[in-house]
Design a protein. Structure first.
Ligand code: NAD
Length: 266
């Protein structure tokens, strides 16, 4: 799933500092790469320390890693303070970290402990990121906040309930917060990706369909799409994130940018 990483460079984020949660892997890593290639300095915040450090090393001197579990408010606060102490500014906060559902499909079998775990990372972790980014952005009267939602949050029946609920919450959070943050010059938007065979998806499907190898799983995920001749890749989300983070989207806030090859129109 790394094949779509773009080396194409630009200057849309020249002089900007971005903090991306869940950037050790997948969509977050592709976005960190894209942002750096467009002039930004990027802080990679992730609970996976070894992989996060490796990613930062791979992305070069404009990337730095900080260990951060988004379920711990002190970690999130610390990551934001790290951006300020290292670069004296935070222009872009991308709340991207998330996990898959890990619970049975039927509501009857719902394990509320699993529900709490998913909501804790996918929703509470995002709220913590928005809270602490706003803390430093409001006095500066500028900033762009992004979050990763999902097409499962805008359509029913695409995945297990818990994950869908967590992702539809992101769309609601973005709408709700946009109304407050616009008064401080801060934009907030989310992106709803189609299925991409990152570890979040392949690990979950491998668990659900025991015995299937990851190549088969990746093939299955790729065939789900509807846009002839194209698969959804992390770079597609990184491109959307670059647009929303940059001044190209200077009048866009409270928006959910669906990146699904037209899937949700059916
Ligand atoms: P990924 O597994 O490649 O990346 C997820 C990253 O989040 C990992 O690096 C992981 O360590 C990190 N993470 C998990 N829990 C964390 C925590 N508590 N604190 C900090 N970091 C944590 O998967 P991805 O597909 O790149 O996922 C990124 C986001 O995209 C997630 O929010 C996911 O729900 C969302 N999303 C993914 C897809 C898809 O099909 N891959 C579709 C829609 C939305």
């Amino acid at each position: 799933f790394n094949k779509g990483f773009s080396t194409q460079t630009g200057s849309k984020l020249e002089g900007k500092v971005a903090l991306i949660t869940g950037a050790a892997s997948g969509i977050g890593k592709a976005t960190a790469t894209k942002f750096i290639n467009n002039g930004a300095k990027v802080i990679i915040a992730d609970v996976q320390q070894e992989l996060g450090q490796e990613t930062a090393k791979e992305l070069g001197p404009n990337a730095a890693f900080i260990a951060c579990d988004v379920t711990k408010e002190s970690d999130v606060s610390n990551a934001v303070d790290f951006a300020i102490s290292k670069y004296n500014q935070l222009d872009i906060m991308y709340n991207n970290a998330g996990i898959a559902c890990q619970s049975p499909a039927s509501i009857v079998d719902l394990d509320l402990a699993v529900f709490d775990k998913v909501m804790n990372i996918n929703v509470r972790g995002v709220m913590a990121g928005i809270k602490h980014a706003s803390r430093v952005m409001i006095p500066r009267r500028r900033g762009s906040i992004l979050c990763t939602a999902s097409i499962t949050g805008v359509m029913g029946g695409l995945s297990q309930h818990t994950y869908s609920v967590s992702k539809s919450s992101i769309v609601g959070i973005v709408r709700s917060l946009a109304s407050e943050l616009c008064h401080h010059g801060i934009r907030i938007n989310c992106i709803s990706p189609f299925a991409i065979p990152t570890p979040l998806v392949t690990d979950e499907l491998t668990r659900l369909y025991q015995g299937a190898d990851s190549e088969t799983i990746i093939g299955v995920v790729n065939r789900l799409g509807t846009l002839e001749g194209a698969y959804c890749e992390p770079i597609d989300i990184a491109n959307a994130a670059l647009y929303l983070a940059s001044d190209d989207a200077k009048y866009v806030s409270g928006h959910n940018l669906v990146v699904d090859g037209g899937f949700t129109v059916f």
